[in-house]
Design a protein around this ligand. Structure first.
Ligand code: AMP
Length: 118
């Protein structure tokens, strides 16, 4: 069982933010911003590659509620999902990083220089 399924099952403790029947939000254990929340579906989905449009519809509203609940809705935030090897996905259970609480930097994401590809 993956670690996020263990969190859903209550086998691993987290600092929760919000949950409903389908989704759970909790604080990232290694925060990259003053607010760094992870949003996951309670059923196992490997990554964004496998999410249904119906599940996405529910997650969209849930992420908006999470942003409001942690007080970053008006100041702004970033929503990221890493997919697969090149995306840097470490946990193979779909999750959205919701980052905010300060002005976020926007730098190079790739080890390679994008200019080398043009
Ligand atoms: P990713 O690299 O997109 O797969 O992100 C995985 C995220 O899960 C990382 O930001 C980790 O810090 C976070 N993480 C891993 N284990 C836990 C945990 N037990 N509780 C909270 N966050 C976790």
């Amino acid at each position: 069982m993956c670690i996020f399924c263990k969190i859903v099952n209550g086998e691993l403790p987290v600092n929760p933010v919000r949950e409903n029947d389908d989704f759970l939000a909790f604080h990232d254990i290694n925060p990259k911003a003053p607010a760094h929340i992870l949003v996951i579906p309670k059923v196992h989905v490997d990554s964004f590659n496998d999410v249904s449009p119906e599940m996405m519809a529910g997650m969209t509203g849930f992420i908006q509620e999470v942003a409001e609940a942690v007080g970053i809705k008006e100041s702004g935030y970033r929503v990221i999902t890493n997919v697969g090897h090149n995306g840097g996905q470490e946990v193979k259970h779909l999750h959205w990083h919701v980052l905010g609480g300060a002005k976020l930097s926007w730098g190079h994401f790739a080890d390679a220089d994008p200019k080398d590809f043009f």
